[in-house]
Write a protein that binds this ligand. Structure first.
Ligand SMILES: Nc1ncnc2c1ncn2[C@@H]1O[C@H](COP(=O)(O)OP(=O)(O)OP(=O)(O)O)[C@@H](O)[C@H]1O
Ligand SMILES: [Mg+2]
Length: 280
């Protein structure tokens, strides 16, 4: 069995009396795309927030490449290889698209360039960084907007830029939370193509929260289902999509028995608690 790139163990967060993520144990392997599905309010975004460190867990732990991330800030987790799409509020709205991506590329490479002040290397780095930033923008078909300020970009382009920035950081783990939400029919395929390309890199671990089942069916190697904060199903896409909990959440078919008394799902063929950890 390959070592998981990312793993959560009994990850839990409570808001007052409400348990938004409830003892979720799950391992994610390099070279796999796992779709995380579940109804509104199931805890999907909260699960990402706990992994990225935006939210502090009430209990449980997150491991990246075998190392616990306990006590690490979101930016330390980013440096360690966890890639969460930038919130646009983290960008510099009055700088151009190119300048923002160049900063992200620079951040990704900082540490490799601790050479002291050498004007020649500063200049050549600047050129190389600009070229890299242009390549990243080309991947999201945004070269034409490179001189536009971020603040004046339309919504769909802002979302594409978020993905471009995430790619520039070259993380080991990519976390996409409804990456095409609010995008037009023309824009969504650009992002989906990018995710398809990322999948070809067998070193990358990709987590995708997505409501559109056609997208999930096409891209996912594995689906996990969150329901009321619990991981209730985990398996091959076809199996999970056919399961009562997904049928109920997406097609409005009521499940006979959503959860057994002990919290484990009664769905045959699906591993109950996400400890599958690898492609079968
Ligand atoms: N900071 C918070 N404080 C209090 N409650 C919260 C907080 N964040 C999330 N919640 C609650 O946790 C539950 C899970 O929310 P979450 O946003 O993770 O759901 P989701 O699965 O991402 O839903 P959606 O598909 O609508 O995006 C919800 O009941 C939500 O109201
Ligand atoms: Mg959400």
């Amino acid at each position: 069995m390959t070592k998981p790139m990312l793993e959560t163990k009994e990850l839990t967060v409570r808001f007052g009396g409400h348990v938004a993520v409830n003892a979720v144990s799950c391992a994610f392997q390099p070279g796999t795309l796992t779709a995380i599905v579940g109804p509104n309010g199931a805890g999907k975004t909260t699960y990402f927030n706990l992994i990225s460190g935006q939210l502090k867990a009430s209990s449980g732990e997150v491991f990246l490449n075998g190392n616990s991330l306990a006590g690490m800030s979101p930016s330390a987790r980013t440096r360690a290889g966890l890639g969460r799409a930038f919130q646009l509020t983290n960008l510099f709205p009055n700088l151009t698209v190119l300048e923002n991506v160049r900063l992200a590329v620079q951040a990704a490479r900082s540490g490799a360039h601790l050479r002291g002040l050498n004007l020649w290397s500063v200049w050549s780095d600047h050129k190389a960084l600009t070229q890299l930033a242009e390549e990243v923008l080309a991947a999201v078909a945004m070269n034409d907007q490179q001189d536009t300020t971020v603040a004046s970009l339309p919504h769909g382009d802002q979302r594409k830029l978020e993905v471009a920035l995430l790619m520039a950081l070259e993380p080991d783990v990519f976390m996409f939370d409804e990456p095409t939400a609010g995008m037009s029919h023309d824009e969504a395929p650009v992002i989906l193509n990018l995710i398809r390309k990322l999948k070809d890199d067998k070193r990358k671990t990709i987590l995708l929260v997505e409501h559109k089942m056609d997208v999930v069916r096409e891209l996912a190697d594995r689906i996990i289902v969150l329901h009321n904060g619990r991981l209730v199903a985990d398996g091959e896409p076809a199996q999970v999509i056919a399961s009562p909990v997904v049928q109920e959440a997406y097609l409005g078919v009521a499940p006979k028995d959503a959860l057994a008394q002990d919290g484990t799902p009664p769905y045959p063929g699906l591993s109950p608690r996400g400890e599958r950890g690898e492609k079968s």
